[in-house]
Design a protein around this ligand. Structure first.
Ligand code: LRH
Ligand code: MN
Ligand code: MN
Length: 395
């Protein structure tokens, strides 16, 4: 096995591209979460959006990798979003994408943007106007929509009419956006409905985005596919169409598990990042927003997030180490195993020391998990954050 080293032709280190690579973390990862069976609480869990942002800022302080925090409305609703934005800045981070919420209102039992009742559709559209105002106050550019709409039984509703109503609702939201705002549309194969979802797959999401306009892009949540789906193929195809807007990274063994990205299948994460790097989409100019969408049900939340962003960085580093010239040569010769070997050489490279060196060179801890454990932040948060109600996934 060869160890990929700085590219000889230019003398530049391929890992230099990591200096501009950032991962957006979700505010809801810092609140308590669980399953429908039990939500476990932990001392020091944030009680409000400010405390969630303070915790997220720790991830950035330890890794230099997480400069933005996604917020969810209404979970992170505050009276003064300008003040929240200023607080984030003081903490060394910025507010990232704004997620709407169409899944926690009794009115949405039969759907939101695809509901047959125009009053309910209007309510769901108006919620997005509110999110756009939040974005104007925070400077966020990405409106992130996950549509939970669907049906449970054959015959329950017209699948065609639901698509038409959805297209009309999305067009109204898109029309209300400013020219520098993007609409990011997420898909999910199942849940909360179990017969049909109105946005079940990347193709449906892409069709709606194409109908809307250039600032509408697809979000790929890595936990939202059928088992054995080739996610890197979807990544390649969406990039080819310039429609990959964002990732919701997480890891799954069974369904929408929302576990730490790269924990179940680090090789899949590497394969995804290899397609990203092959098309230059890791560069900030690509407009792909690399976000996490995770919950930490039993593990500590801030270390869980630190581990997550480091996993994404490690997979990206390995993808950057793929020797593209050797790969192209092997492919040109029809050398199947040679081409495969080039990719596997990069995957099997131990990048931990290289990444620790790079952190140290930037004035960051070599070992972010240990540095956080030794900082005393968790004990202080537990002592300070008494009283009030701990935030949970969903509030
Ligand atoms: C839905 C989803 C979507 C939501 C988030 C909390 O399963 O992935 O992105 O906004 O979880
Ligand atoms: Mn998601
Ligand atoms: Mn999900």
């Amino acid at each position: 096995m060869t160890t990929p080293a700085p590219t000889p032709a230019t003398g530049r280190d391929p890992l230099d591209a990591l200096d501009d690579f950032g991962i957006e973390v979700p505010s809801w990862a810092y609140g308590n979460s669980g399953t429908r069976f039990k939500v476990f609480t932990t001392p020091g869990t944030p009680r409000d959006p400010y405390e969630k942002i303070a915790d997220a800022a720790q991830v950035h302080a330890m890794t230099g990798l997480a400069p933005r925090v996604s917020i969810h409305i209404p979970w992170d609703k505050v009276d003064d979003f300008a003040a929240l934005t200023a607080f984030a800045k003081e903490q060394g981070v910025a507010i990232g994408s704004v997620n709407s919420n169409l899944f926690q209102d009794d009115d949405y039992r039969l759907g939101s943007l695809a509901n047959s009742d125009p009053r309910i559709r209007d309510k769901a559209i108006a919620h997005h106007s509110e999110c756009l105002d939040v974005m104007r106050a925070t400077g966020s550019k990405d409106l992130k929509i996950w549509l939970p709409d669907g049906t449970n039984y054959p015959g329950q509703d017209s699948l065609r009419d639901r698509q038409d109503r959805l297209a009309d609702s999305l067009a109204q939201i898109y029309a209300a956006m400013d020219d520098d705002q993007r609409l990011l549309l997420e898909y999910k194969i199942f849940e909360p409905y179990f017969y049909t979802m109105d946005l079940p797959d990347w193709g449906t999401s892409l069709l709606h985005c194409m109908a809307l306009g250039e600032r509408a892009k697809v979000i790929l949540d890595t936990g939202h596919h059928a088992p054995s789906t080739n996610i890197e193929f979807i990544v390649m195809q969406l990039l080819r169409q310039n429609r990959l807007g964002a990732f919701d990274f997480n890891s799954r063994n069974y369904a929408d598990d929302d576990l730490i990205v790269g924990s179940a299948d680090p090789f899949q994460l590497f394969r995804i990042m290899t397609e990203i790097v092959a098309q230059g989409a890791h560069l900030p100019t690509s407009g792909v927003n690399f976000m996490l969408d995770q919950c930490h049900n039993i593990e500590e939340k801030i270390p869980g997030q630190i581990r997550s962003v480091m996993n994404v960085q490690a997979a990206t580093a390995k993808a950057l180490l793929v020797d593209q010239d050797a790969l192209a040569a092997a492919r040109a010769q029809g050398d199947v195993l040679g081409a495969h070997g080039v990719v596997m050489d990069a995957y099997e490279t131990d990048v931990r020391g290289l990444l620790a060196d790079r952190r140290e060179a930037r004035g960051l801890p070599r070992d972010p998990l240990r540095a956080f454990a030794e900082s005393g932040y968790a004990a202080k948060a537990a002592a300070d954050r008494v009283g009030g109600t701990q935030a949970s996934w969903g509030a």
